[in-house]
Design a binder for this molecule. Structure first.
Ligand SMILES: [Zn+2]
Length: 302
């Protein structure tokens, strides 16, 4: 899996070396290593989209897209400040702890979106027991995904192609290599299926890919809206309605590691590695996987 993952990542790296306007040359003070890495992984994962990082008049770093659109990279707020911002005084301490309220109010910047490092590889003791709030990849800057994959259901659908996955053909976004990546995931799984009958209850009945909808309990668009997420068997546990969350570490460890490896090798993250667990959910997030690979020393970016 690692060799194949590296193959994909080498493609990212090659794409990242394509010429781009050096718009961040005049930054003062210069970029921190963290910001430089985030910029590099975004460029590599989404070639042609990112122009650079620039400071706005208030001194905050913004990501400038080649379209001219600017997205906040670092709004200067701490994560704790961001989570609490705007909470009405009447909200009880208990309610503040509930993820729905936090997430509704959360307006992450790109730095926050990329801050938690996704744990690559088979589920181990640590990744089976994520600390509360450890949900790498789950906090998303919606404006980025609208810019990447389409601003409306019609625009997203126009970018989608049918991909064969098990006994279905499912619409998936063709932008930034998402649909071909899902196609390769299935080929990896299919090749192992005869030896692994335990894959079937995970894969069947298969859930959906493209559904233009908000995340349950929030006003934010699900990544399914963009045609870049696939739910395997929708009966797998989801944090919002799971009656026995204490069984999650064991259930995550029991999830077929071959299926997990097939997705991660192609740039997908798994919701089973989130404290707010979503075991059916895989999502194409090459920037998250690439950042994890760079930090693990598996790949170097220019
Ligand atoms: Zn999902």
């Amino acid at each position: 899996m690692r060799r194949n993952a590296l193959g994909i990542l080498i493609v990212f790296v090659l794409l990242a070396t394509l010429p781009h306007p050096a718009r961040c040359a005049e930054l003062s003070p210069p970029l921190s290593p963290d910001a430089a890495l985030d910029l590099a992984v975004l460029r590599a994962a989404y070639p042609g989209v990112v122009q650079g990082l620039e400071r706005n008049p208030a001194g905050h770093l913004e990501l400038v897209l080649t379209s001219g659109q600017r997205l906040m990279y670092d709004d200067g707020r701490t994560d704790a400040g961001r989570q609490d911002a705007g909470l009405p005084a009447a909200v009880s301490a208990e309610a503040k702890k509930t993820d729905g309220i936090k997430q509704d109010l959360a307006t992450p910047d790109l730095r926050t979106m990329l801050a938690q490092v996704y744990p690559l590889g088979p589920v181990d003791e640590a990744s089976a027991n994520p600390k509360p709030g450890f949900d790498p990849g789950r906090s998303r800057v919606q404006a980025l995904f609208l810019a990447l994959y389409g601003h409306s259901e019609a625009e997203v659908r126009a970018h989608c192609a049918k991909v064969r996955f098990d006994r279905r053909t499912l619409p998936f976004n063709t932008r930034f290599g998402a649909a071909p990546a899902l196609e390769r995931v299935w080929k990896r799984i299919e090749a192992q299926l005869p030896q692994h009958p335990e894959f079937l209850p995970v894969l069947r009945p298969l859930g959906e890919t493209l559904v233009w909808r908000v995340i349950a309990g929030t006003k934010r668009l699900s990544m399914h809206s963009f045609g870049i997420a696939l739910d395997v068997n929708p009966d797998l546990p989801y944090w919002r309605w799971e009656k026995h969350p204490e069984t999650m570490p064991a259930q995550c460890k029991a999830f077929p590691p071959e299926i997990l490896a097939a997705f991660e090798a192609e740039g997908f993250i798994w919701g089973g590695k989130w404290a707010s667990f979503d075991l059916m959910h895989f999502e194409y997030r090459p920037e998250i996987i690439l950042k994890a690979c760079v930090l693990a020393g598996q790949v170097k970016l220019p």
